[in-house]
Design a protein around this ligand. Sequence first.
Ligand code: SF4
Ligand code: SF4
Length: 236
Amino acid sequence: MCSGRVDMSFVLRAFLNGIDGVFIGACRLNECNYVTQGNYHALNMVLLSKRVLEHMGLNPERLKIEFMSAADANIFAEGVNAFVKKVKSLGPLGEGEGINRHELKSRLVEISKLVPYFKMANQEKLASHLKTPEEYDGLFTKEEIDRLFTEMVSYYIDPEKCQACMTCLRRCPVEAIVGGKNRIHVIDQDKCIKCGTCFEACPPRFGAVKKISGEPVPAPIPEEKRTIVRKSKEAS
Ligand code: SF4
Ligand code: SF4
């Protein structure tokens, strides 16, 4: 697989499956056959993933990217050997960091849901072409990643205000909004990637979508209470 296809979600999935370390072998920088230069994207994705691992309490050295050509068998062999040695010294995933298995799984599952948010929030940096390894460390700082978590917002539809106009449902890029004609709409928080489109799209006269930060998202209104009963003109 082209290294440009490697996504943070693949890395997290490997860890969720119990892998202790992930090694990505990519073509040498500036030797990509395509104008997209996917190996730069792979590098940036790895740098971002390392910071996210660090935030979770996992050792970022469990993830490594090495650049080589098809003829660089020695670089590959030496790179893999050194990485295996490193990972062995770190111990099993989680255990080496003092995180129990249950807690580790729950952290990985929660972080995996946020991958689209991390990518969206760092779109510009993920497209960078870093010139030297000295620049790697500064692309994403620990403080920046911590801020991504503390400033993370969630979106919630106020059932008292939703008029079931269906605008948000049609605009949501990941089909995270459940609703229908005359049905109060609800955001599926497990699918939501926190893009804010529904917040922007909800007509100001309704203002039903709320941005929530630093507090839990209210539970969704039960299914049986989602039908909107409108007063007919005759009755009013
Ligand atoms: S924030 Fe984005 S992903 Fe989430 S429900 Fe709204 S439109 Fe959908
Ligand atoms: S756009 Fe606003 S009013 Fe319309 S369905 Fe969505 S939340 Fe409800």
